[in-house]
Design a protein around this ligand. Structure first.
Ligand code: ZN
Length: 290
């Protein structure tokens, strides 16, 4: 259908107006040339006006600037979400400007936007050199003359660093609320006692290299039956970090910790760090080396 309607006028015209064609083409050419000249003149005028006209030029530039600055936050938020901080499109830092300026050439002249991520990314709100982050292992023995104030945790003579008492007591109480029944196998052990055990061959951990010497570790068992595979163990594995404790010697970290898997040995590192370590899946040595 469309073919028919198009072809008709074309076929008619040559036939009907054959003789006058030269005249018409002459006029048409003149008209075309005129309109081209006019177009060039208009475009040239507009161009000159944009480039050098004071008011219109500045408005046009301002518009392009505001456009580019509007589009940038979306770039920022996408790059921020990579570092898992989607919420804050505020003042960033120059270090992150490199990747952005490559995708947005105009943004290189605007230093404010690239600063969004830095304060959040680089800040480590939880200090790692606190007393509860003390690293004790075969390579890192406690310093000479190490002493700690302890608090008793049962009537069997077990004690821990007094500063972890509250969190340990809260953890045990929470487990008992779930119907669990805990006992303590080992808690704080003085360096002198460690020396006796070491020299008698009862332990292969030299004096000062056992976490029990620090008062920050406790071996927990259940009152009835084996601890391994017990409900007590299961509960501790999923809740100990909420009270600041981590499983210190996991089965898959023996090469790094230097100690065999000890399902009962829990180490205090504070609630915030325990959560991070728990979620990271790292052992303390790996975590501190990060
Ligand atoms: Zn232990």
């Amino acid at each position: 259908m469309s073919n028919g309607t198009r072809i008709d006028p074309e076929e008619r015209e040559p036939r009907a107006i054959k003789i006058r064609q030269p005249k018409h083409t002459g006029r048409k050419i003149a008209l075309a040339v005129l309109s081209v000249i006019l177009l060039i003149a208009i475009c040239g005028g507009i161009f000159v006006f944009i480039e050098y006209g004071p008011e219109f030029g500045s408005i046009a530039k301002a518009e392009t600037e505001s456009e580019s600055s509007e589009s940038e936050p979306s770039y920022d938020s996408s790059s921020v979400s990579e570092s898992s901080e989607p919420d804050i499109p505020e003042e960033p830092v120059s270090s992150s400007s490199a990747p952005e300026s490559s995708s947005l050439p105009e943004s290189s002249s605007e230093p404010e936007i690239p600063e969004v991520t830095e304060p959040i990314v680089e800040e480590d709100p939880i200090p790692r050199d606190e007393w509860y982050m003390l690293l004790v292992n075969r390579e890192n023995p406690l310093p000479e003359g190490f002493a700690v104030e302890t608090a008793a945790i049962d009537n069997e003579g077990h004690a821990v660093d007094a500063r972890i008492y509250d969190d340990l007591a809260a953890m045990i109480a929470a487990g008992e609320n779930e119907g669990l029944d805990f006992i303590f196998y080992t808690a704080y052990r003085s360096v002198n006692r460690q020396r006796e055990l070491y020299e008698s061959g009862a332990t292969d951990a030299a004096p000062g290299t056992s976490e029990h010497n620090s008062g920050l570790a406790v071996d927990i068992g259940c009152a009835k039956g084996e601890f391994e595979g017990s409900a007590e163990e299961k509960w501790l594995l999923s809740h100990a970090h909420e009270y600041g404790f981590i499983l210190r010697y996991p089965a898959d970290k023996v090469d790094i910790t230097g100690f065999e898997h000890e399902p009962w040995h829990f180490r205090y590192v504070g609630k915030e760090q325990a959560k991070l370590i728990y979620e990271s899946g790292l052992c303390l040595e790996e975590y501190l080396a990060e």
